[in-house]
Design a protein around this ligand. Sequence first.
Ligand code: AR6
Length: 181
Amino acid sequence: MAGTSIKIGSAVIEVVQGDITRQDTQAVVNAANEQLAPGGGVAGAIHKAAGPQLWEECRTLGGCKTGQAKITRGYQLPAEYVIHTVGPVYSNTPQNAIDLASCYHESLLLAKNHDIESIAFPAISTGVFGYPVAAAADIALQTVIAFLKEHGQPRWVRFVLFGENDYLVFERALLNLAKKG
Ligand code: AR6
């Protein structure tokens, strides 16, 4: 899997093009809805690949609010855990950016608290929820970089972009942020 990576201390941030359900990271992140129900997009793909036990566990969790995150096991996925986070529905308000940053921050915090060493994120909110991908990429990467500077873990953070254009947007954003230090 070709990709681009940078180091933040001893941690690595990597951007690749691929399918989130095929990642061998210890956790994968699901762009979920507030019911944590299997939907379309990433959520549909993750539930399909994990099998029905994932929904059995999700339905016991009492949903998840926008900007928050909850953790389950990964069942039939290669990943041991799924971290479910609910992105904002884009409406071009300052609160959208706060909520999107919170998704990444809360997911990383859950990962750290479970001693998860490697995690893969999709581009949360940029599909059905309509967040423009360039703006979403900046928020995603800035939030992860700030978290790794403060906490130093998880040691491996991978962004998995489904489409080539989204991949190129995330790659450019990563390299620009790396240049700024
Ligand atoms: N691997 C990686 N990325 C993917 C995959 C995949 N297998 N499939 C789609 N993407 P979305 P959202 C990309 O709509 O905007 C669901 O129905 C996709 O191209 O999955 O946060 C939920 O149940 C896009 O770039 O998430 C919610 O109701 C990105 O993942 C709602 O959609 C996110 O697209 C969440 O909407």
